[in-house]
Design a protein around this ligand. Sequence first.
Ligand code: AMP
Ligand code: MG
Length: 486
Amino acid sequence: MDTLNAPKLEQDYTDLPKSYFSHVQPEPMENAKLVSVNHTLMAQIDCDLNDEQLLDLLSGYLQQVSCDPLAQKYVGHQFGVYNPDLGDGRGLLLGQWRDNSGQAWDFHLKGAGRTPYSRRGDGRAVLRSTIREYLASEALNGLGVPSTRGLGIATSDEPVQREIVEPRATLIRVSHTHIRFGHFQFAASKGAAHMETLLNFVVQKHYPEHQQDSLEDKAWVVLHQACIKTAKLLAKWQTVGFNHGVMNTDNMSIIGETFDFGPFAFFDDFKIDFICNHSDYEGRYAYNQQAQIALWNCKVLATCFDGLLTEEQAQQAMEDFVQTYNRAYLEDMIAKLGLETVQNGDKELIGDLLVLMDEFQVDYSLFFRRLAKWQTDKESELFELIHPEQLPVGFSQWFDKFSVRVEQEGVDLSVWRERILKANPSIVLRNYIAQQIIEKAERGDYVMLNEWLIALQSPFEEHPNLADFQQPPRPYQKGMKLSCSS
Ligand code: AMP
Ligand code: MG
């Protein structure tokens, strides 16, 4: 191989002091084969690597693509408890791919093997968790929710021990950044000089218009933007019915993208206090806690800037989080109801609906999608989601109020129906569906995986080929909970 002409990834992370990372080579994956390539993402970032080169990256051989892999050091609060020993334990930042517009995209190899931060872990990833991350990140992106993405997956017959033995796999995660809240916690623990370099690095990378600002102003920009972006992200998670499951501060992106997928779940039936993480005994990361936990995480981030920001500034950033979240959530939710501008009473209308959906265990996504059938001859398909025989009184009162509200909107019902279909997906990556995809992939059949990858990129279209998955799940398929093991 002529390495002079080999494609090359840049590596900006080495601009930071050595304590921020360790140079590590991946543990190659033997007999690796490609499972899936995300051609849509490849095209979006002008990535022209061929399958052989992608497999070279995914297998960790790194002979065809030149790069300088490293494991990042960070710390964080896990389930509310500070852990100074974190870092990339099973992933390596390979470097940055630059698209034709000049935008740099981090490539991170997940499942690359042990690093100095692996603690007792084996540094590996399994096909199951890799597929879940790959599809969920694509699903969120398709729904308009900021998220890291997956460029492709490879697997091999190397065994990895989890609760059972599973096939090894790797994923290339693509993102604007791999800087987490936990990086700032790490900088704060190391002192002012570390904080200064990290702030300069993040501002240069993500807020270049503030490069000439004072360090104090840079700290404000980073904190304030993290709060605003995280608040908007949380509003979207709540609206699409996404349960993250492990909102530790080391799993929070500094630029408000969904980051690190574990036991996540998209809703089947709506349950206000749903806990998707089987190991989350106290419900710290329950659905109805997510926004508050994000705010808690932002408060932890603010403490990192002690000495650079005043207490009033930190307080202001938190207030802006709350205000941004409340406004974005209302706006995103009324859009789901086919409404355009927030009116008095909308908050109560949404609250009342969620209480009813929780009480009657209504399928979250199907309810909103089928709302388009309301006041048509197919209306029964909507109502049977709520109750097989008769619409409960509470719901019929709610529809009466809703009827008045839709009328206020002053648009033709056909226009309103179009809005519903544009705001509510026809397909959702439910856990039972992901499980079917995984079981097939573990047998070497990747057809369903690749079909769903493409479908999730346009979730608001009809997808008649996936009609079976557009029905309410069977009772035994619902509400699947997973543990952190990945
Ligand atoms: P996560 O729950 O995926 O956010 O991981 C929390 C921490 O544990 C991170 O520092 C990971 O790198 C590390 N970790 C998770 N799984 C493994 C593994 N199989 N081997 C080594 N480290 C791991
Ligand atoms: Mg993590």
